[in-house]
Design a protein around this ligand. Structure first.
Ligand code: ZN
Length: 425
């Protein structure tokens, strides 16, 4: 380790108790979709206290509907979707600029009684901190802010412009990340510390959300043969989509990035509503679905595949043939992304990782989406998805691994020091 790395290590260690307390504060905010504003306002104050100039705005303030990567939304109030960008500009800048970005939205908890501890009441047990969002990705948000804190505590400052962005909508559209680009923020590289357990995300699949709206004919179940059951019709469509997914996965075996991963395309009927009465055939059913697509496959062709599947399955069912379902593209319309090997940003990160962990930075291929696509695919900025270790993301007893968080924070601080350059503050 060089002298600077040694100073950074001491600073990260000295600040780590405060970092864990900061992470606990983040987890205490129940920042599910539509309820992120109190947390974002809190973070905006934290950044202002640290000397960042803060740009706080909402998604309703930004014109981005025609930009590549925009995802349509229904039933969501964007006047409450607060985004935060903290900037520290170097005068004069002599190094390479950097965006550090993390999402603060979390997914719903599911039945709270099935958690060991209350999901928004963070608890530390041994090496782990528990809570919804602790892993994905509030610990990453803490790591990027405290990596920069460590640089300051070591008496240093980055020699290039730094942007710390906390966004929402990562779990449903990506429109938070898109808004920062619509607002003009650019840099020579981007780091998103999602919980990758010290691996670099070489490629991620794309994701599309859609809603199936299926009708039926309500009759007394005593005469069920005279009616039509919307829930059973939806079930018929779900089975057809499962077969469609199987054929996509068969074709994926020859994909250059995902060929070695079994069934990289995941289809998930995630929310279902329908019917009004157990003794009436249901007149309606809605299913919210998610399906993946490989990098390089266009959203348009993936949508056509789903539409064809639903149309063919509908033609094969008596009632649906004459009453086809509505298919509504609502939420994620997200391209896949490949971080092309060989960028200077990745080389610098790999070196920082090796210094801290004493091992090479491995790569992973993700069957979920992340925000790197906006920077890398549409703006040609090298976008690195690399962060600490978590478990049970989107599940019960989600948790962050604190020893890895400490090391990752140091690795990010070392990366910033090398990428941006540092000088005495
Ligand atoms: Zn995440």
């Amino acid at each position: 380790m060089t002298g600077i790395q040694d100073r950074l290590r001491r600073a990260v260690d000295a600040g780590f108790a405060r970092q864990v307390a900061f992470l606990s504060d983040l987890v205490r905010f129940p920042s599910v979709r539509g309820q992120e504003a109190p947390l974002q306002d809190w973070i905006a104050r934290q950044l202002a206290d640290r000397g960042y100039s803060v740009d706080r705005y909402t998604l309703a303030d930004v014109d981005m509907f025609n930009l590549p990567g925009f995802s349509p939304v229904m039933d969501t109030d964007y006047t409450r979707a607060v985004q935060v960008v903290g900037a520290k500009r170097a005068t004069p800048p002599t190094g390479r600029s950097l965006i550090l970005q993390g999402h603060v939205d979390v997914v719903p908890t599911g039945p709270v009684e099935l958690w060991t501890h209350k999901p928004f009441d963070p608890v530390q047990r041994g090496d782990w901190l528990y809570g919804r969002g602790a892993g994905d990705m509030k610990q990453g948000v803490a790591s990027m802010i405290f990596a920069l804190d460590a640089i300051a505590a070591a008496g240093l400052e980055p020699a290039a412009d730094i942007y710390v962005q906390t966004v929402t909508e990562e779990e449903c559209t990506g429109n938070g990340a898109l808004s920062t680009l619509a607002r003009g923020y650019r840099a020579d590289a981007v780091l998103i510390p999602e919980p990758t357990d010290g691996t670099i995300t070489r490629a991620h699949v794309g994701v599309m959300w859609f809603r199936l709206r299926v009708r039926g004919v309500p009759v007394h179940v005593a005469q069920a043969q005279a009616g039509s059951n919307a829930i059973m019709s939806a079930f018929h469509l779900i089975q057809a989509l499962q077969r469609h997914t199987a054929s996509l996965n068969a074709a994926a075996r020859s994909d250059p990035w995902f060929g070695g991963i079994p069934d990289p395309i995941k289809f998930n009927p995630g929310v279902i509503r329908g019917g009004d009465w157990a003794s009436s055939t249901p007149a309606w059913c809605e299913v919210d679905c998610r399906i993946g697509l490989l990098p390089g496959v266009t959203l348009e062709s993936a949508r056509e595949g789903v539409e064809r599947c639903v149309a063919e399955a509908s033609r094969a069912e008596g009632f649906l043939a004459n009453n086809p379902p509505d298919l509504i593209w609502n939420g994620f319309q997200a391209d896949g992304y490949v971080l092309e090997p060989g960028s200077e940003a990745e080389r610098v990160l790999a070196e920082a990782h090796r210094c801290v962990f004493g091992a090479a930075m491995e790569e992973r291929r993700s069957t979920a989406v992340n925000d790197t696509r906006f920077y890398g695919l549409y703006h040609r900025m090298p976008a690195l998805c690399y962060g600490p270790r978590g478990e049970n993301h989107h599940g019960f007893d989600e948790r962050a691994h604190l020893p890895t968080l400490r090391q990752t924070t140091l690795a990010i601080a070392c990366f910033i020091a090398e990428w941006c350059g540092v000088r005495d503050a």
